[in-house]
Design a protein around this ligand. Sequence first.
Ligand SMILES: O=C(O)CCC(=O)C(=O)O
Length: 269
Amino acid sequence: VADVPTSPLERRALEHWRGQGWLRLDGFTDGATCDEMHRAVVDLVRTHGVVAVDSQGASVPDPANPVLIVPESNLLGGEGRPEELVSKVFRLHRRAPFDAFVADPRVTDVVAALLGTDDIDCFVSQFIFKNPGAWGQPWHQDSLYFSFDEPTPVVALWLAISEATERNGCLHVLPGSHREPVHEHVPDRRAGANLGYVEIVDHDMSAAVPVCMSPGDVLFFGSEMMHRSSDNESDVPRAALVFHFAPAGSVDRTGSPINDWMPVRRAVP
Ligand SMILES: O=C(O)CCC(=O)C(=O)O
């Protein structure tokens, strides 16, 4: 079982996780893997387009294994290739090459240590394009979106596919906020805000820190941690891939079309 740290490095990493609410591992993934996943998602968007949307604001091109393709609200009606107008693509983790990434022991070893179990499912995947002109996602806790009946620990893996800088919309995190209960979130009322964006307005965020990252760097964080991303004010995209993991057997009655529970590791295979 991976929950007993053996080296000073692992001990320091887990202390940071417990104290601050996140764990950063630079150079976690090689550039070729990032490029392969980027190409795969661009192919999906070019094949299916970002125009036909359902009531959730997402297109559902393939009923057998639907990916959800969500347009970038702030770029609606603009000119550009499909990958320049898209915001997020969900439900990637059953497809190659994403399926191999989420089940890779380098990923699941860390997730097992953070969740304290070797029985792990991946239940959310999303590629975020964050093109020039896209608004950031305001302060929130992912737990709000994961309103399961039972308290369920959830670990996010945020992988930088491009450089993430303060100008192109990197993440910002609030140290220690993983100890907070789920706060009230109010709708993000900006005209260019994406579907489903909500915001915490009842908490002091002045101690927040930006997390600038390079392709292949990874940030793990728990679902209670308060975080946001800033607007992309640059002329280059800020791409990232995000996965969420939880213990196998978690009970999800949310009916969310985004969630798709898939085993990635079992103590007894
Ligand atoms: O990467 C971003 O722009 C926002 C990601 C985020 O906040 C999330 O996945 O919960």
